[in-house]
Design a protein around this ligand. Structure first.
Ligand SMILES: O=c1ccn([C@@H]2O[C@H](COP(=O)(O)OP(=O)(O)O[C@H]3O[C@@H](CO)[C@H](O)[C@H]3O)[C@@H](O)[C@H]2O)c(=O)[nH]1
Ligand SMILES: [Mn+2]
Length: 363
């Protein structure tokens, strides 16, 4: 059994990369003691805590962290009627943190994710690896069989076109998990004791035209490149589906990244996922998604965004129209979701007005 790393005694990172350009977004219904273990790697960064559930509950944040905390009352106060697009009683609420952030980068992590150990026993600074992934180009147009060609000690292999070696900007870095893997409820039910002990030392770009199941528990992204598409949908309270928040966002961001020529990476870093949520509760949340995704995936595989869609917002609005037209026949839920996608963009642009257009050089 792989156990989490011991970070006691590790000094707080004296040279935190992107310290003032990155926010850490944590959705929570629990206390945040898990941050004690992350202190050496995360303390220098600003936290955005999205408190789900009962807003009167007091969430304890360990001393020494710089944070802002938003509960449901704050979401309603800030967004007014547009708060309807932010899920309640589901980790999907985390996307509110992406919207209120003012930084270029976001790292989001669940409160039951701890520092992992690599095979040498060294504590993994997951944030540092995500930053490396984001600051390095991606290679979605041609697969490099030696994985990340920009990594120390690796390169492009023979036959890799030189015209493609510059790569493209990386929009998303998707990390993995030791111990409790992110399995769906049926898999959890048939394999209750399965634990992931395999640490694969690789980062790879997900090829253009290929979708993937994006898990939100250990994820980083470039807000400027893809932030407006990182909507985690309508899940949880009052909705017919849950635990498809990150999946929905992953399918949307991937078709938009493919369209805009941006990269998505998966692999390192690992975190140690400690808590298995209840598979029976998960099954109730997921079962419609397990059924619907057999139609949703072909929908995304056939999405063609127009050449006029050159911004993330334009792509997302185009996508919402396709969702309304092509997925609403599956279930009226998708009609609501398509509208919520538009509300999300309206709210995003309200809180993140594009840089004021300059007229004759004046803002
Ligand atoms: O109603 C809720 C429930 C939970 N949270 C917070 O969200 C994360 C994830 O919660 P948890 O670890 O209990 O659930 P998992 O099944 O392990 O989560 C994984 O499945 C995906 C389902 O959405 C999710 O993206 C993965 O992370 C914790 O921080 C809880 O505190 C919440 O805010 N509201
Ligand atoms: Mn969890």
């Amino acid at each position: 059994m792989v156990d989490p790393a011991n970070t006691v005694g590790i000094p707080v990172n004296p040279t935190p990369l992107l310290k003032d350009e990155l926010d850490i977004v944590i959705p929570t219904i629990r206390n945040l003691d898990f941050l004690e273990m992350w202190r050496p790697f995360l303390q220098p960064y600003h936290l955005i805590i999205v408190q789900d559930g009962d807003p009167t509950k007091k969430i304890h944040v360990p001393e020494g962290y710089d944070y802002e905390l938003y509960n449901r009352n704050d979401v309603n106060r800030i967004l007014g009627p547009k708060a309807s697009c932010i899920s309640f009683k589901d980790s999907a609420c985390r996307c509110f943190g992406y919207m209120v952030s003012k930084k270029k980068y976001v790292f989001t992590i669940d409160d039951d994710c701890f520092v992992a150990k690599d095979p040498s026993g060294k504590a993994v600074n997951a944030l540092e690896q995500h930053i490396k992934n984001l600051l390095c180009p991606s290679t979605p147009l041609f697969f490099n069989t030696l994985y990340d060609p920009y990594r120390e000690g690796a390169d492009f292999v023979r036959g890799y076109p030189f015209s493609l070696r510059e790569g493209v900007s990386t929009a998303v870095s998707h990390g993995l998990w030791l111990n409790i893997p992110d399995y769906d409820a049926p898999t959890q039910l048939v394999k209750p004791k399965e634990r992931n002990t395999r640490y694969v030392d690789a980062v790879m770009t997900i090829p253009k035209g290929t979708l993937f199941p994006m898990c939100g528990m250990n994820l980083a992204f470039d807000r400027d490149l893809i932030g407006p598409a990182m909507y985690f949908g309508l899940m949880g309270d009052g909705q017919p589906i849950g635990r498809y928040d990150d999946m929905w966002a992953g399918w949307c961001i991937k078709v938009i990244c493919d369209h805009l020529g941006l990269g998505v990476k998966t692999g390192l870093p690992y975190i140690y996922h400690s808590k298995a949520s209840n598979p029976f509760v998960n099954l109730k949340k997921e079962y419609k998604g397990i059924f619907w995704q057999e139609d949703i995936i072909p929908f995304f595989q056939n999405v063609k965004l127009s050449k006029e869609a050159t911004s993330v917002q334009q792509c997302y609005i185009e996508l919402s129209k396709m969702v309304k037209e092509k997925l609403s026949p599956l279930d009226p839920y998708f009609d609501k979701l398509a509208d919520a996608m538009v509300t999300w963009i309206e709210a995003w642009d309200e809180l993140n007005p594009p840089a004021a257009a300059t007229v004759n050089g004046k803002a």
